[in-house]
Design a protein around this ligand. Structure first.
Ligand code: XMP
Length: 507
């Protein structure tokens, strides 16, 4: 299969490049900059951004195999700088960083910007910039802060972009990548059926006739994975769901009965609420809470699996944002944002082999696979729910009283969204608990009680997100219900912050 090789220099956005290529029906593989594979069938290279500076000794570099292949290269951000640097250009750091939107002015007659208007809004995120170009290179776009915002060497077919065409904020980003694919001369014929076939092939050759255990959370990723594996493994797949007491209202029951009814899948449900709650007592730090929840999950899951014989594999519905935000790919140097609890720990401890077929996919791609194998909308389109559950939606200490109030508030919010047909137009909505006392008046009495926050975001890849513009009357109605129906809540607030700079979850 002809492919584009995406060379990873540690950018938060590397998989977005691969994702854009998949959207353009082109097969691609991502590899770390220092582990370039045999270059069979590679028709072009995209060099990712990264947190390093090409002026620092020992910086990540472009492997000579890539230059020797004589194929087109597109360098993005750090990739652009290191390409210019290795070709004898000059990179500088003036101590000024450029984050967010910038306007670029495009020079006429450039192949990479074919059929585009003279100026475009693009997304920048860099400190270094290219100061002077090597021989044979020409500037193709400029911005106020980056006189060399893009360059090309048409005879070698080398291109550089200071901005990120892979993020949705860049106007014409996909068109630029498409133009690069035309330059590479690669056909656009790769589809999501191919992804499913590839997963089935990996499962068949790796797992063979061995038994697989799956940690089911009831979320989209692990549920779609369970259904995908159930097709080919049948009863060699055992699904275990741990109820850590941090689930939403009626969640465990709904997941177990729903899967049985919809796809005939049996789930072993383990009630471990008391263990989790006692371990979380008095803990307020978010990362510590995540670690406790993650470790306790491992202990409970391990003791449960000891009751099963012959298990050799652990399947997890880890998707790419989990990997990158935990910097779980140790080969690259992407910075840790949060330690997502479903990445790592469990397989080593239990000495199981790890099966993570969705590791390089985004949520909407997992959803497409779910639909392709016939899962109903209420499973495939449900909002994601984090592994540590309500534990990271209660700011500060987690206890039964707060959990009960939060579960009720969250239920009111989500059921109203569904009733008003707003649920599926949001990507993720939830209530969170703020242990901040505020004064209220109920009847003739003063109350001094905690706050419930509502968050709803729209996003395609969960890497960037915007708050949903919910109708004012709707939010007001939900707020009235929460304050009236839940004792000990004096106030409701709505979070309108985007990601970045905020994250989707509060902790
Ligand atoms: P953030 O808060 O990082 O969330 O913007 C991005 C997406 O990831 C989910 N999330 C998690 N999922 N384990 C998970 O399985 C975790 O520890 C975790 N933390 C955040 C979050 O709900 C959102 O969909």
């Amino acid at each position: 299969m002809k492919k584009i090789l995406v060379v990873d220099f540690g950018s938060q956005y590397t998989q977005l490049i691969a994702r854009r290529l998949r959207e353009l029906s082109v097969y691609s593989e991502v590899c770390p900059w220092d582990e370039i594979p045999v270059l069979d069938n590679v028709e072009g290279f995209i060099l990712s951004g990264g947190p390093e500076s090409s002026n620092i000794e020992g910086n990540p570099t472009i492997d000579s195999l890539i230059f020797d292949s004589n194929k087109p290269i597109l360098g993005i951000c750090y990739g652009m700088q290191v390409l210019a640097h290795q070709e004898a250009g000059q990179i500088i750091n003036e101590g000024k960083k450029e984050f967010g939107y910038a306007k670029i002015n495009i020079k006429a007659d450039t192949v990479l910007f074919k059929n585009m208007s003279d100026s475009s809004d693009v997304w920048m995120s860099h400190g270094d910039k290219v100061e002077s170009l090597p021989d044979g290179y020409a500037i193709t776009a400029t911005s106020d802060n980056s006189p060399i915002a893009a360059y090309e060497n048409t005879s070698k077919k080398y291109f550089g972009l200071q901005f990120h065409p892979e993020v949705t904020h860049t106007e014409n980003g996909t068109a630029i990548i498409k133009n690069f694919l035309d330059i590479c001369g690669i056909e656009q014929n790769w589809s999501s059926d191919d992804i499913l076939q590839q997963i089935d092939a990996v499962v068949a050759t790796e797992v063979k006739d061995e038994e697989v255990l799956l940690a089911l959370s009831g979320g989209v990723d692990s549920t779609v994975l369970a259904a995908v594996l159930h097709r080919t493994l049948g009863n060699r797949l055992t699904c275990v769901m741990v109820d850590h007491g941090l689930l939403r209202k009626d969640e465990a029951h709904n997941v177990v009965t729903g899967l049985k009814e919809k796809i005939g899948l049996s789930v072993n449900l383990v009630n471990a609420q008391d263990i989790f709650l006692s371990k979380l007592e008095g803990v307020t730090d978010p990362e510590q809470k995540r670690k406790i929840i993650g470790n306790t999950f491992i202990e409970v899951f391990e003791s449960e699996s000891k009751k099963l014989n012959d298990i050799k594999w652990l399947a997890q519905g880890t998707i790419y944002p989990d990997v990158i935000e935990s910097a779980g790919n140790s080969k690259t140097k992407a910075k840790v944002i949060k330690s997502h609890h479903n990445v790592g720990g469990l397989p080593e401890r239990m000495q199981l082999k790890l099966l993570e077929p969705f590791r390089m996919l985004f949520k909407d791609e997992v959803r497409k696979i779910g639909k392709a194998i016939g899962l109903p909308n209420e499973i495939v389109e449900r909002h994601p729910f984090p592994g540590p559950g309500l534990g990271i939606r209660i700011i500060g200490e987690v206890n039964k009283d707060r959990l009960d109030k939060l579960r009720e508030a969250d239920h009111i919010f989500l059921s109203e969204l569904k009733k008003q047909n707003l649920y599926y137009s949001a990507s993720q909505a939830y209530a969170f608990y703020l242990p901040v006392k505020s004064v209220g008046v109920v009847g003739d009495n003063r109350i001094y009680a905690d706050v419930i926050g509502l968050r709803s975001v729209n996003t395609t890849d969960f890497m960037t997100a915007k708050a949903t513009a919910l109708p004012h009357e709707f939010v007001e109605h939900v707020s009235t219900r929460i304050v009236n129906e839940i004792d000990g809540i004096s106030r409701v607030v709505y979070d309108i912050t985007s990601k970045p700079p905020a994250t989707i979850e509060w902790e």
